[in-house]
Each structure stands twice: as structure tokens, then as C-alpha cells.
Design a binder for this molecule. Structure first.
Ligand code: SF4
Length: 482
């Protein structure tokens, strides 16, 4: 990317309206739009973007901005800077820009953040990027995935002026290990300077409340935005096919969607609008600072969304009234993917605010650290306690045999419970991506349990979970080779 000149540019707007809304508790709306695929004519895509932005700018009911996603859902997409720099300069502080770590280097991604900020896009969310559905394990291992924690860490060391960094979290996890592993990584990102968070797409209001309660229990009062979506039959099919890692439609919800589509597309659409209204109103009741809505790609749809959300926000006076309407519409509250149904708290959706309840750290339904694993840990601890301070090839044969070492140029075993993080096909070192499957397996088929869940299990057994929330681990050495 030609970054040299832009790095020097700086917009002296002095304000960040998106940030002001979060700071002052003003409920906001983000409309999700994507950088177009490379085989799309860029000029046409930019025209559509400008039309959408114009419609967004004309909304007066509540603050609205765009959320522009990079390399999603099109991994081969135009350069995000070339796309977003056509947006009017005077409203750039209202938008949120997601920057993907897929197929880039840590240095390039960090430079892109700085270019965004220099151009007036102050709200930036780095994400690691998803595995492409068609990729084999070998393909994935050949790609670079820059972890968001590394970008946040670089920003902490060398802050770009006025940047307001955010992070993503996936609360829609249903085993104890995968839930806590997400929260530990979230706290790591907050410790590294993320100032707000955006959730993965999901429909389970209990999980959205769980995230708010967990943060509150930890004394972390950070603003959060819930990602929602206007479902279409095509989008449902795509999610069910597994094309959207980390997003799940459990069987019970699939049946509801099926019944809604039984008679006509209009009936299906009406049901989705109502669901969206209930979710938006519910998010506000649960303490979310705003919602980001996917699937609204034209000014016409935007006008409908604004009308529906306005009426939803004034429909309910209190939490119990909203809960009754939500229950009536859904016919049930359980949105967990059977047989996985772990929730950190028992009394979710009984009350809008956190009740005095301790999170369920111990839960018999999850795999424990077995005898052999404990023995293996003790051996590896004895052998490799200083591995991070030694030459990487020292004791390499033993490391290969006992820790599945992949000959990195930097060894992180003592910081990862002596489980080599390079076992993760994406090379994530600082915690799980959002794509783990409902049973805790890796998003890439055939890989078994996500390596970070194993690390988290071991850390819980060792009573060393602090380690999972601290600092940022060295980026995968794959990046050094570039
Ligand atoms: S091992 Fe875990 S972090 Fe790595 S790609 Fe698989 S699910 Fe994501």
C-alpha cells in the first residue's frame, strides 16, 4: 500500500461524535457496509456507498454512522482506504472502520490504522480475520492473520493522534471454556487500550446480557455495541452452511425461522423486522450503547430501519414489558445450540441489571484437565520453564516431542501453559478468535479442540487466569518471514 504521504496528513476536527455518543450514553445506530469484492466495479460501489452515506446523514431521530468492514464477506476485496476515502470528510468521525488482519503484516495493518486516523476515520476496530470457507489447513497456515491485540499494543506504544480504538468479542459461546476464553481475551484487549467493544452477530439476548453482567462484575464499565442483522433466507442458508465462522443459528431458532418462511417472503420479512425491533429495544434495556445492523444496504431499507427502530425504542417503558413481548414473539428464551448450553450466570433475563451472583467458573459439563494432561504439563514446565529466554532451537527435539513445537523464531511456551500456540492454524498467540465452534473445536474443520481453550482450561486448573488477560504475546513468527 502507498502509505507514505497519507501518514503525514491529519484532520484537525477536534471532535469525535461517535465517541461522544458512547461517552454520554446516547444510543446510536451503525449501518454495516462492506468493502466491495475486487470483481466489482469500484466506481459503482463508491456511488452506492455515497448514496447510503447521504441517507445516513439525513437521519435526525438518533445518531447514525456507517460501520465499514474490510475483507468481509469478500476476502478478495478492494483496498479499504481507496473505498472509504471517498466519504465526505465532515462526517468521518461518525463511522467505525474494521480493519482485517488477514493476508497482511502487522506493520502494514498498523500503518493502515494510522492512515485511517490521518484521514479523519478515528474509530478503528482491528480484527484478526476469518478463515476462507474454501481454504484447507495448509492454505490457512500459509496466510498471515495479524491479531488485534498486536495492533492495539502497537497503538499503545505509538498512539495515532485522536484514535479511538475498539475491539470485537463473541459472547455467543456455550461451553465454559469457550465463554471464559473469549472474556479473558476481551479483557486483554481492554487492558491494551481498546475503548469500546462490538459483539459478533447473534440472536441470544441472554448471552448479550451475560457480557454486560460479566463486565460489570469485573468492574469494567466500557461501552458496548451489539451487532444485529436483518435476516434474509439467503443469509440464513449461508450461516447454516457454515460460511460465517462464529455465527450460529441453533436448531431451535432454525425451526422458528422455517415456520416464519412457510407462507410467503413477506411474512418472513415481517417476522424479521419485528425480531430486529425487539432486539434493538432489548439491547438498549440491557445497557448497550448502540447497535450495528448488517443487511441494510440501500437508502430505502435504511429509512425502514430508522422508522422501525424509532417506534421500537418508544414502545417499551420497562424491562419486564419488553421481556414479555420478546418471549411472546419467540415462544421461548433458550437460544443455545443443543447440547451446549453454558451461561456464566443463572439469572439472566430475569432482571435488567446485574444481580448479586457469582459467575459459574466451575462447571461439570466441560472437559477437565485430565491426569495425563497434568503429568504432561509438569514435564513441560520442568523442561521448558526458561524456553522464552533461550535460543529458539535449544532443546528443539524435546520441544517437538513434548509440546508439538513448530520451530518458531521466538518461543512463547512459558506464556501459553506450555502449549505451542502455533498449533492454531491462524497462528493466534494471545487467545481464541471468535470462530470456535459450539463444542469448542477450532473453526477450521478437523483440528479438534481450539488450542486456546486447552490453554484456558490449563490456566483455570493452575489458577493462573491472570496470565490470559495480561499484555500481548509476540506475533506469530510467520510474519517475521515476510
Ligand atoms: S485454534 Fe482457535 S484461535 Fe486458532 S483458528 Fe482455530 S478456533 Fe481460531
Amino acid at each position: 500500500m502507498d502509505n507514505g504521504l497519507q501518514l503525514e496528513m491529519n484532520f484537525e476536527l477536534g471532535i469525535n461524535r461517535f465517541r461522544n455518543c458512547l461517552d454520554n450514553g446516547v444510543f446510536s445506530l451503525l449501518i454495516e457496509t462492506n468493502v466491495p469484492a475486487l470483481d466489482t466495479e469500484l466506481g459503482n460501489a463508491v456511488n452506492r456507498l455515497l448514496e447510503l452515506e447521504k441517507a445516513v446523514a439525513s437521519v435526525s431521530a438518533f445518531p447514525v454512522g456507517l460501520a465499514v468492514t474490510d475483507k468481509w464477506p469478500y476476502p478478495n476485496s478492494w483496498n479499504i482506504i481507496d473505498f472509504i476515502r471517498k466519504l465526505p470528510a465532515e462526517r468521518r468521525d461518525r463511522h467505525v472502520i474494521y480493519l482485517s488482519g488477514a493476508d497482511t503484516s502487522a506493520k502494514d495493518l498498523f500503518n493502515t490504522v494510522k492512515v485511517c486516523v490521518g484521514e479523519g476515520f478515528l474509530n478503528v476496530v482491528p480484527v484478526s480475520g476469518s478463515v476462507r470457507p474454501e481454504d484447507s489447513e495448509r492454505d490457512v497456515r500459509k496466510r498471515n492473520y495479524v491479531e488485534s491485540v498486536n495492533v492495539l499494543d502497537s497503538l499503545r506504544r505509538e498512539p495515532a493522534r485522536q484514535v479511538f480504538p475498539g475491539c470485537v468479542v463473541n459472547p455467543f459461546k456455550y461451553t465454559r471454556g469457550s465463554s471464559f476464553a473469549q472474556y479473558y481475551k476481551l479483557i486483554r484487549k481492554l487492558n491494551l487500550g481498546a475503548s469500546f467493544m462490538v459483539t459478533q452477530l447473534g440472536w441470544d439476548m441472554a448471552k448479550l446480557q451475560e457480557l454486560r453482567w460479566y463486565l460489570s462484575w469485573r468492574g469494567l464499565y466500557y461501552p458496548s455495541v451489539a451487532r444485529l442483522c436483518m435476516l434474509t433466507p439467503e443469509r440464513v442458508e449461508k450461516i447454516l452452511r457454515g460460511d460465517s465462522p462464529g455465527i450460529i443459528i441453533p436448531e431451535s431458532f432454525r425451526r422458528i425461522l422455517e415456520s416464519e418462511s412457510r407462507f410467503s417472503l413477506n411474512q418472513f420479512e415481517a417476522a424479521q423486522w419485528r425480531r430486529l425491533q425487539l432486539h434493538v429495544a432489548g439491547c438498549k434495556m440491557l445497557g448497550y450503547s448502540g447497535v450495528q445492523i448488517a443487511g441494510v444496504d440501500t437508502p430505502e431499507k435504511l429509512n425502514v430501519v430508522v422508522r422501525r427502530i424509532s417506534s421500537a425504542l418508544s414502545e417499551f417503558d420497562n424491562f419486564q414489558q419488553w421481556l414479555a413481548a420478546y418471549r411472546e414473539h419467540l415462544g421461548q428464551l433458550d437460544m443455545s445450540p443443543y447440547p451446549y448450553s453454558f451461561y456464566v450466570f443463572e439469572k439472566l433475563l430475569s432482571h435488567p441489571f446485574p444481580v448479586q451472583e457469582f459467575p459459574k467458573m466451575r462447571y461439570s459439563g466441560d472437559p477437565v484437565v485430565g491426569g495425563w494432561e497434568k503429568f504432561g504439563y509438569a514435564v513441560r514446565e520442568f523442561m521448558f520453564a526458561q524456553a522464552h529466554e533461550q535460543a529458539p532451537n535449544e532443546r528443539i527435539a524435546m520441544k517437538k516431542m513434548l509440546a508439538g513445537c513448530r520451530s518458531c523464531s521466538v518461543c512463547r511456551l512459558p506464556m501459553t501453559m506450555y502449549v505451542c500456540p502455533e498449533k492454531c492454524p491462524k497462528g493466534m498467540a494471545s487467545g481464541p478468535c471468535g470462530g470456535t465452534r459450539p463444542n469448542g473445536d477450532c473453526e477450521l474443520p478437523g483440528q479438534g479442540e481450539c488450542v486456546h481453550l486447552k490453554i484456558a482450561r490449563t490456566a483455570v486448573w493452575r489458577n493462573e487466569v491472570d496470565m490470559l488477560e495480561d499484555g500481548c504475546l509476540e506475533q506469530s513468527p510467520r510474519f517475521e518471514k515476510k
